[in-house]
Design a protein around this ligand. Structure first.
Ligand code: HEC
Ligand code: HEC
Length: 452
């Protein structure tokens, strides 16, 4: 089953929607240029200038607002955890694009720091345009829009409605910061050096109402993640190329073409690489959900129980869609910005090298024995899903549309080209969003901005 073109039962079509863009956003190009698409079969360096597109980058605030400044202190404060050793930044490391600081599939937390998590830590970069979760998404600004299925929401199953709401999950999670309730979180915050500042922003009596105070903590954390440029720097080579300040190498350009070619990588189908509504920079995700059939990861302690399955949209963490078994196994499409800085991939952290991720994409069904265990002489394909849900696995979208013995959609050289392109999505190539005027030669190490 594909995540695309869900049967709506009533053939609903929606009209184009106008999307408002904050007036303060700046455009780095003098005049809007027509967005250029690469030819389907490769290309040459000569076409690099035509990649230039009209993109608006968010302005960098001169200083954080009062809420965001508080959120920053909370984000880095390990004293808010039961162990006293875990802050948001411990798992979402600013030095690693706010992704995991190590290659572990899951991190440990809890009062004694010995309880393992169940999902790989996602990057917190480029989340601010995440749409509200909906089961039926229609592409905005498209006159001929089709139901693209479940889309949006925070966490890998879209279960948190906002950054504010999400913040309570790690603060209260028994295997994360492990506060038993809101009162415990507030009790710790009262003892923090910024307690008085918290009262100035949210009211002198804020600590008397722990549940409300927990909401306010969420507001502060959300404001920090939304306002601080380190969460959306747009300083990649890709951004510099799109705004005309740098050129892709021939290999990167081949990778870019494969990324977009619907019969080869087809990555852009889900990891959208064109600007969003109103010239919003490409997010490299459509925020949609798909079941890729990623192999079970024995490195996750919860997986020692053969009856345990992480089914994403239909549970066990998210509860409202439990009966929607056609969603079982579906996880949110993450952004690919900074993906080449990660050493743990997919919701269950099963892979540790981009090469392996790419080989999995193209060989999942052509050489399944390489990816799944053989049980009683048969390959147990999609072994991280109970048999009843294995039909939810996406077979419709290339490169996942092959069968056993077919030629994989990408060969080794093409995979190397694709990875070269993915590396252009790492922030730190330029010093300013969009790379205006300051693009660095590719051989220089990236600057250490936004790190601490
Ligand atoms: C023990 C490690 C750990 C800690 C500590 C932690 N997180 Fe996370 N975070 C995760 C994991 C794992 C996920 C994915 C959870 C899921 O999909 O269910 C996640 C998901 C998120 C998401 C959703 C990202 C998305 O793609 O939608 C946000 C936002 C977030 N965390 C913010 C925070 C904040 C703010 C804090 C501190 C209050 C924090 N995290 C503390 C591990 C951690
Ligand atoms: C049908 C939609 C779809 C297509 C096509 C697709 N992806 Fe994905 N991609 C996803 C989803 C969904 C996930 C998350 C799956 C999970 O966690 O189980 C993902 C995850 C990834 C990850 C792991 C990122 C992380 O932070 O863990 C990488 C890398 C990736 N995709 C690269 C690619 C590349 C390169 C291509 C093209 C060859 C591609 N994808 C094609 C939907 C897609």
């Amino acid at each position: 089953m594909t995540r695309r073109h869900w049967p709506t039962g009533h053939g609903l079509r929606v009209a184009a929607q106008a999307v408002l863009v904050p007036a303060a956003w700046l455009c780095l190009c003098a005049a809007p240029a027509a967005p250029a698409r690469p030819p389907p079969h490769g290309g040459s360096d000569a076409m690099t200038p035509s990649l230039r597109t009209w993109v608006r980058y968010p302005p960098v605030p001169a200083q954080l607002g009062a809420r965001a400044a508080l959120g920053k202190r909370i984000f880095f404060d390990a004293s808010l955890s039961a162990s006293g050793r875990l802050s948001c930044a411990s798992c979402h490391s600013p030095r690693h694009a706010y992704g995991p600081p190590n290659g572990l599939a899951v991190q440990r937390g809890g009062a004694d720091m010995r309880l393992a998590g169940t999902r790989a830590v996602p990057s917190l970069r480029y989340l601010t345009f995440t749409p509200l979760f909906t089961r039926h998404f229609y592409t905005p600004a498209s006159a001929d829009s089709e139901d693209e299925g479940p889309t949006g929401g925070f966490t890998r199953d879209g279960g948190a409605a906002s950054l504010q709401q999400q913040a309570a999950i790690p603060l209260l999670g028994s295997n994360e910061m492990a506060n038993p309730d809101a009162a415990a979180v507030v009790g710790r915050l009262r003892r923090a050096a910024y307690a008085a500042a918290f009262q100035r922003v949210f009211g002198a009596g804020v600590f008397d109402h722990p549940r409300q105070a927990l909401q306010d903590i969420g507001l502060a954390l959300a404001a920090f993640q939304t306002e601080d440029a380190s969460f959306h720097p747009y300083t990649s080579k890709f951004d510099a190329v799109m705004s005309g300040h740098a050129r892709l190498t021939p290999q990167e350009l081949r990778g870019y073409a494969l990324f977009n070619n619907p019969r080869k990588g087809n990555c852009a189908r889900c990891h959208v690489d064109t600007p969003g509504p109103g010239g919003r920079p490409a997010a490299f995700t459509d925020y949609g959900f798909a079941a890729l059939g990623v192999p079970r990861n024995p490195a996750i302690p919860a997986n020692r129980d053969p009856a345990y399955f992480d089914l994403g949209l239909c549970g066990p963490y998210r509860r409202d869609l439990r009966r929607e078994t056609r969603y079982c196994g579906m996880f949110k499409t993450p952004t690919l910005r900074n993906v080449a800085t990660r050493t743990v991939f997919f919701h269950n952290g099963r892979f540790h090298r981009l090469e392996d991720v790419l080989h999995f994409y193209v060989e999942r069904d052509t050489r399944p024995w390489q990816w799944y265990p053989t049980v009683a002489g048969r390959v147990a394909a999609y072994d991280d899903l109970p048999p009843a849900y294995r039909r939810n696995v996406d077979h419709d979208d290339a490169p996942l549309d092959r069968t056993r013995g077919d030629k994989p959609a990408l060969d080794d050289a093409e995979i190397r080209d694709l990875i070269a392109f993915l590396k252009t999505l790492n922030d730190g190539y330029a010093t300013v969003a969009g790379g205006a005027g300051t693009a660095r030669p590719a051989h220089r190490p990236p600057p250490s901005q936004h790190q601490r």
